[in-house]
Design a protein around this ligand. Sequence first.
Ligand code: FES
Length: 212
Amino acid sequence: MTGEECDDCPCEEGAESVQPSIYTDRRAQMEIQRRDIAKLLATVGGLTAVASLTAPLAGLTQVFERGYSGPVYSDGIHLVDGSGERITEDRLAEGEQLTAFPEPRPGIEDAPTLLVRFAEDDFGGDTNMAYTVNGYAAYSKVCTHAGCMVSNREGSTFVCPCHFGKFDPTSGAAVVGGPPGRALPQLPITVTSDGYLVATGDFEGTVGPGGE
Ligand code: FES
């Protein structure tokens, strides 16, 4: 019986050459799986690294999109900060800047605005002085070249991170470097009797790319 079983059974002669090969295949499979998992982890790690690198780049190329084409600001609209707090006249010291927005109201969306304060004597050139108040000037933050946010600064010069367009806020945000073809439009502002910064009209020109 045993002999018969063993005639066809691989556990005697040749058994070693069969069973080890099975284990070898399993080890090989496990090794392949281990490599696959390692590759997968490396890929995931790589994708994570790429994502962490591209996220800020995506932020850099963020383009302002506005579906609403009517007035953004109008007479008496308060400027508010990112938390929605109305901005008081003593909010900034000379040389400081703040991203402001029109106080939200139905039918309007955010319009990022660069609010700056300098000594009044610092302003000149293309600045519309009638649009300034107590050393404050306000400009659209949307680059006139391709619509990126003008979010960097070198000294008193605003710099757009996308193609390094440069604007001088003490001269009406005139272009002083890079590809933009026109200044950031200025916003006429004043201070209310109770000390808040408000617009007296809309931006003096087209916000973002396009326009004259
Ligand atoms: Fe600002 Fe191009 S979008 S320089």
